[in-house]
Design a protein around this ligand. Structure first.
Ligand code: FES
Length: 104
C-alpha cells in the first residue's frame, strides 16, 4: 500500500543543489529542482556506494556522480552516461501547503 511521506519544505529544494531526505526504511531520497519542478530519486548511485546528494553535481536535469562520472536524468531516473546502466528509482512528488511529499 502506498504511503505518503513528507520530506521537507519546498523552499529547501534549491535549483542547482541536491537535498537528501531520509525514508522510514533507512534509505534516502535525493531531491532536485529542475526548471521550478521538484523531482525525487533514490539517493544512492546505481553503479556504486555513492550518495548523489553528497557526491553528485546537478546541471539542468542531469546529475553527475563524481565517483566515476556516470550520469542520470533526474526527471526519469534513466542513466545518460557510462558507467551507469541501471536506472535510479524515482518517486512521484507533490507539493501540498509548501511541503514536499512522495508516495512510497
Ligand atoms: Fe556513481 Fe560509480 S558510483 S558512477
Amino acid at each position: 500500500m502506498a504511503e505518503t511521506i513528507i520530506l521537507c519544505t519546498a523552499d529547501e529544494v534549491i535549483e542547482g543543489e541536491i537535498k537528501r531526505a531520509p525514508l522510514p526504511d533507512g534509505t534516502n531520497v535525493a531531491l532536485y529542482r529542475v526548471a521550478g519542478t521538484i523531482y525525487a530519486t533514490a539517493d544512492m548511485c546505481t553503479h556504486g556506494e555513492a550518495s548523489l546528494a553528497e557526491e553528485g553535481i546537478i546541471t539542468g536535469k542531469i546529475v553527475e556522480c563524481t565517483f566515476h562520472f556516470g550520469t542520470f536524468d533526474v526527471t526519469t531516473g534513466e542513466p545518460t552516461g557510462m558507467p551507469c546502466e541501471i536506472p535510479l528509482k524515482t518517486y512521484p512528488v507533490t507539493v501540498v501547503d509548501g511541503r514536499v511529499q512522495i508516495e512510497v
